[in-house]
Design a protein around this ligand. Structure first.
Ligand SMILES: NC(=O)c1ccc[n+]([C@@H]2O[C@H](COP(=O)([O-])OP(=O)(O)OC[C@H]3O[C@@H](n4cnc5c(N)ncnc54)[C@H](O)[C@@H]3O)[C@@H](O)[C@H]2O)c1
Length: 325
């Protein structure tokens, strides 16, 4: 099979590319590695993909619709997995324009290219953050999502709406994946786990917003990859083609939320350092809790998370000590 993955030098994109390449699929990855992130880490992730002969890379910017369209038309992938985005809640406050350009214009460019080529299906990253201010837990895909608490969440909700219209009008099969706080080896430095690990290692204090009481449905990267592979392999038999068009949205999480303070204590244990903790009040952009109802993806695809938080953090710590030695 020929897959195109956007964001292939990113945390989830590189992990998915390696998983597809290991089973002999062909992958074309797109990533332009801009300097808002840790470039050394991005290049190291990309090197994992480039180690496979069946991997090809393009550094085009998804904001450039013309180049993107020509690339997809030329390469003719069967399925496009769109993961490139400005990710993260807090950076969106500092640089909102780039979130609009990449997450909205870039997403539109991907859909247009998929429609024109055409490809068999578009699988794309949404986020648990679309549930925003909803207080009822766990979050189910059928809940109305009217209150994104930050711009990042709003762009992800917009993606789901845009995808719906393309599925409905152009019969482009689209499957949106609402990822719940993904963590593990190769994760992003702006995410709590790696940000905390680097601070703890360097003897710097870490900020525990809402006094560490936020509960998050932390999901180990291998479980996310398991879910993505199940969707990529079996979407055709499961996607409802009716009045809604070939369109679906799935939560993908662990279904076992824990408080941030507990997450940090596992991290201290496996890193072998003690954190200096600064207790901070809640910020308005932060959700109080995330908790995935994973009944739908389990029912349709047999998805079952395999990794406990303890095992996930243990594996992360092994990677961290090795990479940042
Ligand atoms: N990691 C999580 O916990 C999480 C949770 C919910 C949703 N998501 C979503 O999943 C996707 C992947 O997340 P991630 O954690 O791997 O993020 P990441 O930042 O590690 O990966 C995204 C990649 O996209 C690339 N990119 C950004 N803008 C680009 C552009 N204009 N052109 C080409 N490439 C560009 C970046 O260089 C980066 O390598 C994102 O859409 C994110 O919003 C992630």
């Amino acid at each position: 099979m020929k897959y195109l993955i956007t964001g292939s030098a990113g945390f989830i994109g590189s992990s998915l590319a390696v998983a597809l390449l290991e089973r002999n699929d062909e992958v074309l990855g797109i990533d332009n590695i801009l300097p808002y992130q840790d470039i050394r880490l991005s290049h190291a992730r990309l090197a994992r993909c480039l180690a496979f002969e069946r991997y090809q890379h393009s550094d085009i910017d998804i904001r450039n619709g013309q180049k993107l369209g020509a690339l997809i038309q030329n390469w003719q992938p069967q399925v496009v997995i769109h993961l490139a985005a400005r990710a993260g809640v807090r950076a969106a406050e500092q640089d909102p324009q780039s979130y609009i350009d990449t997450n909205i214009q870039g997403f539109f460019n991907i859909m247009e290219a998929c429609r024109k080529t055409p490809v068999e299906a578009l699988v794309y990253a949404s986020s648990s953050s679309v549930y925003g201010g909803i207080e009822r837990l766990p979050y189910h895909e059928s809940m109305p999502i009217e209150h994104p608490l930050n711009l990042y969440a709003a762009t992800k909700k917009a993606n789901e709406l845009l995808a719906y219209s393309y599925s409905h009008l152009h019969h482009l099969p689209t499957i949106g994946m609402r990822f719940f706080t993904v963590y593990g080896p190769w994760c992003r430095p702006d995410m709590a786990l790696l940000h905390f690990a680097l601070s703890i290692k360097n003897g710097k204090p870490i900020d525990l917003y809402n006094y560490g009481r936020h509960r998050r449905d932390f999901t180990y990267i291998n479980d996310i990859i398991q879910g993505l592979l199940l969707i990529i392999d079996h979407w055709e038999s499961k996607l409802e083609i009716g009045a809604n068009g070939p369109y679906a949205i799935y939560n993908i999480g662990s279904g076992q939320p824990i408080p941030l303070a507990v997450y940090v204590s596992w991290l201290e244990q496996y890193l072998g350092y003690t954190a200096i903790k600064e207790q901070r009040p809640r910020r308005s952009c932060d959700m109080l809790a995330t908790y995935a109802d994973i009944t739908a993806i389990h029912r349709d695809f047999g998805y079952q998370p395999q990794f406990s938080i303890e095992e996930g953090i243990r594996r992360f710590s092994v990677w961290f000590h090795d990479f940042y030695a």
